[in-house]
Design a protein around this ligand. Structure first.
Ligand SMILES: [Fe+2]
Length: 450
């Protein structure tokens, strides 16, 4: 190891002290992004312009002079579109790390290509994260720069990472969609500088309002596994949902894949003749309930990431009686979940996207349990870069029907018997949004720890 460190330091010195242009390996790296961060580990996915043997190198120093850590070596091959993934474990909690790629033995030297992330603290801690959905494919909006400048612990994309709407030429189309996203300078810099968590919605899983019957379902699942630095998936088979969970402090994030298994309801006019399901199977729904219950018994609160709008019924704007995409068309499944949450007193809130507004409900409009008792706070944050469309609601704290907006969540946890949350809607300049009544888009609440 010492010899290797010496060689690395030597190559950094050579690359920074002479004036020869960077022959290698800067020009070989197309992009790299990190994700799946825990208190001791992180994952990375990257693309080169050619085949190579690669290691991910991390350091606690920006100049890579100390605590160097290496991933296992991985082979980048043309048959995988010159992409590969790597991971690091045995990291220290609550620590800033910088990372680069070592390509065929040489480190990338350009500061622009150095990534960074911070490991989560172990146990209770306070932090801020940012989440949002819905950006035009390859958008280079300033909103991504503003999110990076906010320096969140991680960025959660709740769907519509792109609008490729893929239904043919599946394998190539998904690869190209990811590459198009990373071609945006503001997005690739964000994803290199802030670790991601990501669950798809309709346009990045398949076409508009896509479901299990999407032509390219299997290739979508494959591409997700190949190109995204995701948390461990809940299920192992190739056609299983890409649902996953992770903990950051005492908040358990449950990312549910409500697209790849979704079966739509059927209607005769307004009369539902066949029920639909967003989870798609008992196996998937039971897994979700188990995660909710485990969270409570593990003394966590739950951030349920449900891309699609939960509040959808006769009170909602643009509600249609044959609703089949958001939760409004899946009343039985929604009621079953709400009853479960009420019965077990699960401390849960929802982070959502899909509808192109930023909206907050304190639970006054979201209670779908039989007879009430499951008021769930909901924060919708969209669109990052798209037209606005106001679906769902009503929302107790109103909405902002603009574009280039995102949600900031500040978690305040001193280890006591509650975790407190503050939600704020921000625009692309980092300013607090106002709702449709002119009030600031912000809301604070606490959830009890059991
Ligand atoms: Fe969208």
């Amino acid at each position: 190891m010492k010899v290797k460190i010496f060689i690395l330091l030597g190559s950094i010195a050579i690359l920074s002290c002479n004036n020869t242009p960077d022959r290698i390996p800067n020009e070989f790296l197309v992009y790299v992004w990190s994700g799946a961060v825990t208190d001791t580990s992180a994952a990375f996915a990257f693309k080169l312009t050619q085949e190579a043997a690669v290691r991910l190198v991390a350091s606690t120093a920006e100049d890579f002079t100390k605590n160097l850590m290496y991933s296992d070596e991985v082979e980048v091959r043309e048959e995988n579109f010159f992409t590969a993934k790597a991971s690091l474990d045995s990291l220290s909690p609550d620590t800033d790390y910088f990372y680069k790629l070592e390509i065929d033995g040489d480190l990338t030297s350009e500061p622009r290509l150095t990534g960074k992330f911070r490991t989560f603290a172990s146990g209770p801690f306070s932090y801020k994260m940012i989440f949002a959905s819905c950006a035009e494919t390859g958008s280079s909006s300033q909103v991504f720069e503003t999110i990076r400048e906010q320096d969140p612990l991680f960025f959660l994309n709740t769907g519509d990472l792109h609008y490729a709407n893929i239904s043919s030429n599946c394998e190539y189309a998904y690869a190209n969609a990811f590459f198009d996203v990373q071609e945006s300078a503001t997005q690739s810099q964000l994803y290199r500088s802030v670790p991601i968590a990501y669950i798809w919605d309709d346009h990045d899983f398949g076409p508009n309002n896509s479901a299990k019957d999407s032509n390219c379902r299997n290739e979508a699942i494959d591409a997700y596994k190949n190109f995204v630095p995701h948390y461990p998936l809940a299920f192992g088979d190739e056609q299983d949902p890409v649902s996953q969970v992770f903990n950051a402090g005492r908040v358990k994030y449950i990312l549910t894949d409500l697209r790849s298994q979704k079966v739509r309801p059927e209607y005769n006019g307004c009369e539902q003749t066949k029920e639909g399901t967003n989870f798609g199977s008992d196996k998937h729904l039971s897994w979700f309930k188990e995660q909710l219950l485990e969270a409570k018994y593990d003394s966590m609160v739950v951030a349920w990431v449900s891309g699609i709008p939960w509040i959808s019924d006769e009170r909602s704007r643009f509600y249609e009686c044959d609703e089949n995409d958001d939760w409004g068309g899946y009343e039985k499944e929604r009621r079953e979940i709400a009853n479960f949450i009420r019965y077990y007193e699960i401390p849960v809130f929802i982070l959502a996207g899909d509808t192109h507004i930023l909206a907050i409900d304190d639970g006054s409009n979201s209670d779908y349990a039989d007879g009430g008792g499951a008021p769930i706070p909901i924060f919708h944050a969209a669109p990052l870069d798209n037209y606005n469309i106001h679906k769902g609601g009503p929302y107790s704290h109103g909405y902002s029907a603009e574009t280039h907006q995102f949600g900031l969540m500040e978690v305040s946890d001193t280890g006591g018997d509650q975790v407190c949350i503050r939600w704020t809607g921000l625009n692309q300049y980092g300013r607090v949004l106002t709702n449709n009544s002119g009030a600031p888009m912000t809301y604070e609440f606490c959830k009890k720890i059991y």
